[in-house]
Design a protein around this ligand. Structure first.
Ligand code: GSF
Length: 203
């Protein structure tokens, strides 16, 4: 099995953390989907990473499908709870955290365009998604130990990856000042080897 991804992708980090938590062996093939000679479209017609390539050649994307698959491959450390209600709650956390990443990535991409062509309304709209997304993450967590109640899950992994991606690409967004409960969660997650071993390289 091999994971095709970049080291800075928050979605890829979510998959890498899931692999580590479930003790699943997987080769890592670094590829930028933005490189002129990228081979990513050969594995994912959408041209996005991460892509998981199984030993029989099957390709899986996107990160949510990959993590859901990995959770069924090994019984070690269930990341998505079995009971339907809890499963949906955890998948909603993942959708919220990934959505914050989507908006954060969109701002990064718009920032690569010539300043005169950048659309301020578009940038403001994406920033609004990040701000309200962070507010929802903070409200939903409250003072609990983990995102989904009392147990560590994919909800914490996705949230941790989103917060770390904001630190990597949007250092000016001071989520720590606004949400001390998210700080406490992020610091607890950072102590896990799965997080410590997948810290993105600083630009
Ligand atoms: C998003 C992946 C994505 O946007 C997932 O895997 O969860 N819903 C997907 N990946 C970016 C790289 S990064 O910012 O993580 C990507 O591959 N962009 C290339 C493109 O053509 O959009």
């Amino acid at each position: 099995m091999k994971l095709i991804a970049s080291y800075t992708s928050p979605y890829a980090r979510k998959v890498r953390i899931a692999l580590a938590e479930k003790k699943i062996e997987c080769d890592f093939v670094e590829e930028s989907p933005w490189a002129a000679q990228t081979t990513v479209p050969n594995y994912n017609p959408l041209g996005k990473v991460p892509v998981l390539v199984l030993d029989d050649g099957t390709t899986l994307f996107d990160s949510r499908v990959i993590v859901e698959y990995l959770d069924t491959v090994s019984p070690v450390s269930r990341l998505i709870p079995e009971p339907n209600r809890q499963r949906i709650v955890v998948k909603r956390w993942e959708a919220l955290a990934d959505g914050v990443c989507d908006a954060a990535v969109a701002i990064v991409l718009e920032g690569k365009r010539p300043a005169r062509q950048q659309d301020k309304d578009w940038l403001d709209r994406q920033r609004g998604k990040i701000d309200l997304g962070l507010k929802e993450l903070g409200n939903e967590l409250g003072e609990r130990a983990w995102c989904n109640g009392e147990a560590y899950s994919l909800a914490d992994i996705a949230t941790g990856c989103a917060l770390a991606y904001l630190d990597l690409r949007h250092a000016a967004i001071d989520w720590r000042a606004a949400y001390p409960n998210l700080v406490k969660l992020a610091e607890k997650l950072a102590k896990r080897s799965s997080f410590a071993e997948t810290i993105p390289p600083t630009p």
